[in-house]
Design a protein around this ligand. Structure first.
Ligand code: AMP
Ligand code: FES
Ligand code: ZN
Length: 299
């Protein structure tokens, strides 16, 4: 098979475009998709410093790679969640990536901060690990961005993540959660760092291919806490749909972005209250993170 653009031997098939690309044309295509996401959603201005949340997985490392190659000023942020070997290997991948490209990286360790990893914190507070983990990550992304003066935090959420989450939210009619599904989460007029997801147009398969073609080493294993999570089932279902009718994943998510204002007009972008303890946005008196940490302290 030949590359659709330059006729060189193809490196990757693109069923959703009914074509194939060589290594260089694929790289160009992927960069353009990211640049389109950034400009369509007005994620950030040229020259604006970006804090990139890097887990050690393929998505966030590929995102960091593309942002630096496109000339954006970035600093990486890795949270060591204290999940045994999984966290040790994740951090090693992030550090290797940053070191080999001479990039600035901030590493924060839960074990150093709390004396406990995320699994112990979840156990102490009787919360499901992934839910406690999500609450803590959000808090630290916000806190570190504000402390270090970043107006934007970029995460590696991809099309599969967003489409699977959307499917789950719709299956369970969890309408209030839909506001978290946007590619840009508000900074409330500059009070907080804006959260952006520049990979929302790209499926996991293409991101993995980019990582391999660009020699980006990443942790392949999923987090051990996520075993049996419904997200995997939703992703599998969407992949079967995609196989049958290529392009349906993107159509599903982009359709949601287009129809959301009229289909769910009651959606308000931002949480308007402030946590009485840490000052971050929340729905009640205390944010989920501060309630969690108080319970750890009390137990
Ligand atoms: P996940 O929720 O694990 O699917 O991760 C979604 C995104 O959150 C990743 O692509 C990263 O941008 C960010 N992220 C997840 N875990 C970490 C971590 N331990 N440190 C920094 N960023 C993370
Ligand atoms: Fe948070 Fe798995 S990454 S519990
Ligand atoms: Zn708080």
């Amino acid at each position: 098979m030949k590359c659709r653009r330059c006729e060189k031997p193809a490196a990757i098939k693109m069923p959703r475009h009914n074509s194939a690309f060589c290594d260089l044309c694929f790289r160009d295509y992927l960069h353009k998709q990211v640049m389109k996401a950034i400009s369509d959603q007005r994620m950030f201005e040229d020259g604006q410093p970006i804090l990139v949340a890097v887990s050690g997985g393929k998505d966030s490392l590929v995102l960091w790679d593309i942002l630096i190659k496109r000339g954006y000023p970035t600093v990486g942020l890795h949270l060591n969640l204290g999940i045994g070997e999984y966290s040790r290997i994740s951090q090693a991948h992030v550090e290797k990536f940053a070191r080999s490209r001479d990039l600035e990286l901030i590493v924060q360790s839960y074990q150093d901060d709390y004396g406990l990893g995320v699994v112990d914190i979840a156990k102490e507070t009787a919360r499901p690990p992934c839910s406690a983990c999500g609450t803590m990550k959000r808090h630290h992304f916000n806190r570190i961005a504000m402390e270090k003066g970043f107006a934007v935090v970029a995460t590696g959420h991809n099309l599969d993540d967003e489409a699977a989450r959307l499917l789950g939210n719709l299956l369970n009619w969890q309408i209030p959660y839909l506001k978290k599904q946007m590619p840009v989460l508000s900074d409330e007029g500059g009070k907080w760092a804006r959260k952006v997801k520049p990979l929302y147009r790209l499926p996991e398969r293409e991101i993995a291919a980019y990582a391999v073609l660009n020699q980006i080493d990443y942790i392949i294993e999923e987090c051990p806490m996520s075993k049996g999570a419904k997200t995997f089932l939703y992703k599998e279902m969407l992949n079967r749909l995609e196989e049958n009718s290529p392009g349906s994943k993107l159509q599903f998510y982009l359709g949601f972005l287009k129809e959301r204002p009229s289909a769910f007009p009651q959606q308000i972008e931002a949480e308007t209250q402030r946590c009485a303890s840490c000052g971050q946005p929340c729905g009640g008196d205390l944010c989920g993170y501060c309630r969690l940490i108080q319970r750890v302290g009390a137990s």
